[in-house]
Design a protein. Sequence first.
Length: 899
Amino acid sequence: MSDYKPSDIESKWQQYWDNNKTFKTDDSDRSKPKYYVLDMFPYPSGAGLHVGHPEGYTATDIVARYKRMNGFNVLHPMGWDAFGLPAEQYAVKTGTHPRITTEKNVNGFRRQLKSLGFGYDWDREINTTSPDYFKWTQWIFLQLYSKGLAYQADVAVNWCPELGTVLANEEVIDGKSEVGGFPVIRKPMKQWMLKITEYAERLLTDLDDLDWPESIKEMQRNWIGKSSGANVDFAVKGIDEKISVFTTRPDTLFGATYMVLAPEHELVQKIVDSGKKEEVDAYLKETEKKSDLDRTDLNKNKTGVFTGAYAVNPVTGKDIPIWIADYVLISYGTGAIMAVPGHDERDWEFAQKFDLPIVEVVKGGDVTKAAFTDTADGVAVNSTNDEISLDGLKVDEAKERITLWLSEKGLGEATVTYKLRDWLFSRQRYWGEPFPVIFVDGKPKPLPEDQLPVMLPEVEKYEPSGTGESPLATIEEWVNTTDPETGKPARRETNTMPQWAGSCWYYLRYIDPDYTEGPVSKEKENYWMPVDLYVGGAEHAVLHLLYARFWHKVLYDIGVVSTKEPFQKLVNQGMILGEMEYTLYRGSDGNFLSQDDLESYEGDLTRIKVTAEQLSKKGDGFVINPQNAGRPLTVIHPDGKREEKSDYFTASDLENDLYVEARSYKMSKSRGNVINPDDVVEQYGADALRLYEMFMGPLEQVKPWSMSGVEGVYRFLKRVWRMIVDDRSGNLLPEIADVEAAKAQEKALHEAIKKVTEDIEGFRFNTGISALMIFVNEAMKWEKRPLSVMNDFLLLLSPYAPHLAEELWLKLGNEPSVAHQPWPKYDESKLVDDSKTYAVQVNGKVRGQINVPMDQAKNKDLVLEMAKSEPGVLKYLEGKELVKEIFVPLKIVNLVVKG
RNA sequence: GCGAGAGUGGUGGAAUUGGUAGACACGCUAGAUUUAGGAUCUAGUGCUGCUAAGGCGUGGGGGUUCGAGUCCCCCCUCUCGUACCA
């Protein structure tokens, strides 16, 4: 071994770390400060890791190694979120038990993660599908149940009669099943719900103290969707019923000219006029067929039907018609609205379409043209009856006045509503956690704790039952059981929990994976929680993070955990896109299309993939360069057929500039731009992959992959090798010597230490790497490379490229491993220069530089004197009047002249 | 529509509080070395000027300042999230 060959050294060190349990977390040591670094654990798919995984995982690995070297007790675990649909779908197709698929995939993932050199404590590996784990998932469900936070309700699911199964939302596309394209309807089924809404306010307010990206917090706030307003009761004419509505604009009550109920509203059948019944039923049937997506159609073409019934506006005393329309959602507010077409866009549109009266009650716009919704400047008008007048009040004042009046009269009250809905917690699937619930005499009954875990039965086939129930419903001997307390016959719950369940609390199990008395022991939980750093993809911004926070708060309330929030700091890694692609489009008429024409073009498009060297920059875009236009390119026909061509363009094609679309796309199998980490490791090694993933750009940012970028960092690693090793003999270079470092060498080292340290602390891994590169570029010029300097450099490198660092560390005669060495400290005094270079500006433009000895650098008179006599500066001063001299110590000199 | 974020060389990206824009890397050009190389080394590389002096440059327009990528106002584009939430 002489050259830098990652394949030779990487597996060796991976084995060393494994054998020596280098990254095992010492749980007993309470003297050190703790640091808990967590990755969002993966779903072990059959496809293996994609390059997005190692991005976040490398970042956390760097932080974990860095913190360890800084004297922290570091917890950095990994596990598997292994329940879920793909393994089940595979089981339906092939008959393979999901457990077998899962195990195989987990082994693949573990091998891949180890091959990247991540320093996980593998003794804490967890798997959501293991009975030791889901026992406690079920246990937590029991706690939720006993707190009254779990209940059953009839909720519409995506039922596909042809497939005889219930589909997840993502399996439904445009109201049809993804598989087969069969119609999907909404069918109510009995389901478990979790009352996350009870925690809405706490989930909202506790966001404030979290060190999370503002965008994520904002998304959660929007999701929770708190709004303040009032509930108002409207009497139904002729029968003894009230319709309660929620409104955020009680000030517009005088303008409520009709009401609308959601089709599912419970009063629909009671109030409908017999003459209208047929029409209403037809409408209800119509809306039932629509999926949620259809109902929120982008064209917003509103539909509805008049019930024939009237309500009474409590302030105007007028009869107002009651309509049914699916633009009102049963799941929000009270499922009914007072419609104020003058001041609500949706109501305005509806009123226009069905010719309902529009009344202006807030002045400022023209309600015949559009709804006026400005709440800042609007003033109430036409809002007076015998008892109350809002006229002249601003919106806020009017709201307050009317709300007070309503509650005095018993007609309404101030109300807060949340968009957040209860969590649908049932899936009609096999491969999930069984509920620890039985039904005795048809009533749900939680199983006692000693019956946990409730195991999944073995089944012959994984096809859905055909009734919409899960495959478990067909296993009679499992479904039929007895109540362990009374001995009565009982049936098991046949739904299973959704995939979110296992991921809601996994961060706790890592802390104490073998604990048998609960999910986690009190003492260890106390030490390790909260998670100090949580890194993962932004796709979990809302659901996973909100669900996990909800469970955590429940566990907090029952004393299982000691912190209000689970994840103190959150960082989202940005998506990695495929390599940049250059595409020229050609219409079916044979003409090439420029970017601007593309959007409006309706016909079939032929895509021509060209390479970067076939292009030249013109203006803001790229055009085909006639000189290289003849080189090979790929033509993709509208039917998807690919064809390799050279000399594709004719001379006349190239007379006009052909602008090309330049962008990179999300990696996808169908596009064929997926990068497999295994291939990168094989070609360039794990260290190069790790380094490249960090060097691409800021962690949080979306960024395109580039293979030549990988080569760039690979070349850097080779340089590091050659900085220390003679690549012909494999021995240490003669330049390496145990000598005292020269001043310049110390300066280079300490600059690197400072930059790398600060950049890891600030999650700026890309610029940290550039600091390492600058050091190596410098050190390669040194005739003597002091051992101590080289050693410190390797420690700086080690979180990024641990295999290479270990190997060279050993070659320099040190004991492995670098992982437990103390992190180098920089010394500010070694960073100072002998002299200060000032840029000298004249009227804000740099015209020269001067070198001032450091001990004189703050001497204003001297520096200005030198600046004014600098030849490059002098010629801009000649013949001009010097009006001002700016001197900022250690920064800049600026001379302002006139004339 | 609403909310959030971002626009810097041919490319990915630097620029910590307003103080020499383009660090580091890719790519490219020229040269050296090598049997060869997607290896290595040296030099160059924002645009525009004949090598020059200079001029112009951080999406566009205005402003504050001795000085603006950075601060303020207006506009444009892109990305992400969200979507009849009363």
